[in-house]
Design a protein around this ligand. Sequence first.
Ligand code: SF4
Ligand code: SF4
Length: 215
Amino acid sequence: MDRARPDHATTSHSLPLRKARMELDLENLGARDPLRRRVEELSGEHLADCYQCGCCTAGCPTAYQMEHGPHRVIRLLQLGAGEELLELDTPWICASCETCATRCPKGVSIAEVMDALRQIARMRGVSPPNPNARVFNDRFLGTMRRHGRVFELEVGLFYNLSSGNFFNHIAQFPALVFSGKMKPIPDRAPKKARKRMRRIMDRVAELERGGEVDQ
Ligand code: SF4
Ligand code: SF4
């Protein structure tokens, strides 16, 4: 049966027909939220630029593990509703690979945003629900400190030891090394660069201890 659909434009009791139009004022909505402001300061990113196309999440290699995909992280912050992000694994799962920034038509670097969220979570003493997410982050930073560059083999082995998952992916390590995808010895940065890296990391730790990173 052909059921007639109500036509609100013509029924006498309907509201005047108006083109429904809802715009979010992203510059101002949530702009006074302290977390959004702090994330923008630390990351240097302008969150209102994001128009939610989702290209970042579509290309993110770790989005499937996140509670909120990268584009949703930005939306929550835009709306001033980002506090929950500090208690999730999401920021810690980001691998800082910058795929999102490469794909983003607006040039938003979500890696920087995730890094800002991690800094703020550390300062507040909030740990992610999965403690291994933080263990991985610490091991990653440790290798950067020692070598000035990432040394994947060390990150993997130290992560396994620290997390108690001793045999995690251990069978793949030899194949990765022999195929040249994982270096058996670190490709260290020059001494000067390593020193500079340590100075930066010490300064960040100092700021974190003094609470200057989290206001
Ligand atoms: S790709 Fe850029 S504009 Fe698109 S949703 Fe992600 S951050 Fe926003
Ligand atoms: S930087 Fe982080 S959020 Fe962006 S694509 Fe890589 S893992 Fe995903």
